[in-house]
Design a protein around this ligand. Structure first.
Ligand code: PHE
Length: 509
């Protein structure tokens, strides 16, 4: 008996939970501000409609059609594409090794919130006292035990959340999606009622239309959409493979995408309103206090929390609880996609796979708990998202766009004998679209084929090539070439090798 979601809501929440993560709070608002403010919403929506949603539909329909996790679903298109599926999952594995460490920091900061332990100098507290950051990636230093503890706690939660596969996930996501939404609303209300908030929001959203002429802004929109929807990791394919045969595809893809966007947009209000307040209190311009990533969450936000006129600790606890619940379902979606695939192919016992996964990923994660951890985290993060993910994005479109078989078209014709229109469209991929449409309340047209076959691979291809050129010019983030190689290229090479091994290894029937 294959595993099935217990309800449509479980599936949708799980998929939304995977998409909504730290990125909605600490990445989107910043990317939006830095790429034209309110005007960025235009390229963002274009990217969403031409790449995000089409690929979401692709992943949902492929997973649903084949009813097996990502490697096998892609392998059914053409055998060798199974490698791509494993590679995608390995990129996800790479991400969850450090994502869990960030969750571990959040656990620590949740504790610090109780008495605002970060004190006055939050920056020094985070970098010098908490991370004890060294001078360069090569100066590894000792592990920080509090962070290891946080990491262990995270992995226990992650493994517990996927304990019985979708049966458990389907229940847990009610909490891990709804709790952060409620907290986010509380934080937005708190934020916009602070003095200076409007100035912050003006900063976030004032449209600079000239930005639209810059191709980099468009690329930023596409890469944000990819990252944010958790597409190209095999997660959405795998989650969709657990859908019952009668389930909607297109509608669900739109729903998940819009829910994710709304959260990002609202996240911007939570971030920029308090940045406005910060600027107002310190007399600094907003442009000087705006930050993204760990700096925003672990330095700037704590500073602002300490400034709040009342209930500072409560807001601190809420903020870090929000980050934890936001992130955890993204993390376990990656783990579940990997675990489900290994179980499907090698017929291992779930309990062994769960625990094995937690231990291996947890041990790999130790590197990020050392004094050089933040550097490695930064390098690996950059490479996973800017190379690994983009390669999968391009190849997946290529695989489905050009190799999906005609069989489905024929099946479709049997089902819908009056519809001759499919013969006028000379693409095989039409079979998958017909399949998606036959399952859906509202349907997609030939534009979908066009996006999958041409538009997305071209835009993402350009993104990939510009990234490569940047790296040829100089190593990422000013690190040494050696560190860049170890944390970046080597990881990608190892993942390719492991993906091929997993593909070659005989599965069990
Ligand atoms: N979609 C997540 C976010 O926006 C990012 C993510 C991608 C997390 C892949 C885990 C894996 O934060």
């Amino acid at each position: 008996m294959r595993d099935i979601w217990e309800s449509r809501t479980s599936f949708i929440l799980a998929s939304i939970g995977s998409a909504i993560g730290l990125g909605n709070i600490w990445r989107f608002p910043y990317v939006c501000y830095a790429n034209g403010g309110g005007a960025f919403l235009i390229p963002y929506f274009v990217a969403l409609l031409t790449a995000g949603i089409p690929i979401m539909i692709l992943e949902f329909s492929l997973g649903h059609r084949i009813s097996r996790p990502a490697p096998m679903a892609l392998g059914s298109v053409k055998k060798e594409f199974e490698i791509l599926g494993w590679f995608a999952l390995l990129i996800g594995f790479g991400i969850c090794t450090y994502y869990a460490v960030v969750m571990g920091w959040c656990f620590n900061y949740l504790g610090f919130s109780v008495n605002l332990a970060w004190g006055q100098n939050t920056e020094s507290f985070f970098f010098n006292q908490f991370l004890k950051i060294s001078d360069s990636p090569m100066q590894i230093g000792g592990v920080q035990w509090m962070i290891v503890l946080g990491l262990a706690l995270t992995w226990i939660c992650v493994i517990a959340a996927i304990w019985k596969g979708v049966k458990t996930v389907g229940k847990v996501v009610y909490f891990t999606v709804i709790i952060p939404w409620v907290i986010l609303i509380v934080l937005v209300v708190r934020g916009i009622t602070l003095p200076g908030a409007l100035e912050g929001l003006r900063f976030y959203l004032t449209p600079q239309f000239s930005a639209l002429l810059d191709y980099k802004v468009w690329l930023a929109a596409y890469s944000q959409v990819f990252f944010s929807l958790t597409i190209g990791f095999g997660v959405q394919i795998t989650y969709a493979s657990f859908l019952p045969k009668k389930a909607d595809v297109v509608n669900n893809a739109f729903l998940v995408s819009f829910a994710n966007n709304a959260t990002s947009f609202l996240g911007g209000f939570a971030v920029f309103s308090v940045l406005g307040y910060y600027a107002h209190q310190t007399g600094l311009p907003v442009s000087e206090v705006v930050k993204s990533g760990p700096h925003l969450a672990f330095v700037t936000y704590p500073t602002i929390i300490s400034m709040l006129p009342f209930a500072a600790s409560i807001f601190g606890i809420l903020f870090f609880l929000m980050l934890l619940t936001l992130g955890i379902d993204s993390a376990f979606s990656l783990v579940e996609a990997g675990a489900a695939s290994v179980i499907d192919k090698f017929k291992l016992k779930r309990i062994h796979v769960n625990i094995g996964f937690g231990i291996i990923a947890g041990l790999v994660g130790i590197i990020y708990t050392t004094r050089s951890g933040l550097y490695w985290l930064d390098i690996v993060d950059y490479f996973m998202n800017n190379y690994g993910l983009l390669v999968v994005g391009i190849l997946q479109c290529f695989a489905v766009g050009y190799f999906y078989s005609h069989k489905d078209v024929q099946n479709y014709v049997k089902e819908y004998p009056h519809d001759r229109s499919i013969f006028s469209i000379p693409a095989k991929i039409v079979g998958l679209r017909r399949y998606a449409n036959s399952k859906s309340e509202f349907t997609v047209g030939a534009w979908w084929d066009f996006c999958v076959k041409y538009l997305t691979p071209i835009v993402v291809g350009i993104l990939f090539i510009t990234n490569i050129f940047d790296r040829i010019k100089s190593p990422y983030g000013g690190y040494s070439r050696w560190a860049e190689f170890l944390g970046g290229w080597l990881v990608i090479i190892v993942f390719i090798v492991v993906a091929v091994i997993l593909y070659k290894k005989k599965g069990r029937e």
